[in-house]
Design a protein around this ligand. Structure first.
Ligand SMILES: [Fe+2]
Length: 209
């Protein structure tokens, strides 16, 4: 496997997108638990939230700028499928004000539990819609060449973020899922994660109180 920078070519596939979805759900569960325990303003909880926002932003950027346009072109005039993509992009946009509302509630303390719950509910609906309707279109619509072009574009966008993305995804997941996810990565990435990225990520102690 040829390596460029930190992320080897060919290492990006749908498993990474699905795994990131699970990590979003996990982190919002952590945020909701911290709110319920009155610990939402603990420094590592706030850092966990800041990282969650960054990961969400990067994920949406990759999908909206690199993935859906390629799938849209590949679909040609298939209107039902194109409508699914349009809805997915609209759902991304609807999440933005809910993220801002959580930020505001963290500052002023007004209805923080409600703000977190609204984001969690809307995000879950959006993720499920993507998993059931949009991501399967990627596999069916993109050719191997288009997929390679997408992977290359993602590799360039995520160059720095990979060092947090990989340990963040496997943070606290079941051993079998962790092993499945890491084993699917190229050896170079797995080793970098084991030796450097994950130890550094653990020191951040995101979400601990
Ligand atoms: Fe997604």
């Amino acid at each position: 496997m040829k390596t460029v920078g930190t992320l080897p070519r060919g290492s990006i596939d749908l498993a990474l997108l699905y795994a990131a979805h699970d990590a979003f759900r996990r982190d919002l569960e952590r945020l909701a638990a911290a709110v319920a325990a009155g610990k939402a303003r603990a420094p590592h909880v706030r850092e966990g939230w800041e990282n969650l926002k960054e990961q969400l932003h990067l994920h949406h950027e990759v999908e909206d700028a690199e993935l859906w346009p390629r799938v849209r072109r590949a679909l040609g005039g298939r209107r039902a499928e194109l409508a699914v993509l349009k809805q997915t992009t609209a759902e991304h946009a609807r999440l933005e004000p809910l993220v801002v509302a959580v930020d505001a509630a963290l500052e002023d303390g007004v209805d923080l539990a409600g703000a977190v719950d609204r984001l969690r509910t809307e995000l879950d609906v959006q993720l499920r819609h993507e998993e059931v309707s949009a991501l399967p279109l990627v596999r069916s619509a993109l050719s191997a060449e288009e997929w390679t072009a997408f992977a290359e574009a993602v590799r360039q966008r995520c160059e720095k973020g990979t060092q947090v993305l990989i340990p963040w995804i496997v943070d606290g997941i079941a051993p079998i899922e962790r092993s499945r996810f890491l084993t699917a990565l190229p050896m170079t990435v797995r080793e970098l994660n084991r030796i450097s990225w994950e130890p550094r990520y653990r020191k951040l102690r995101l979400w601990t109180v």
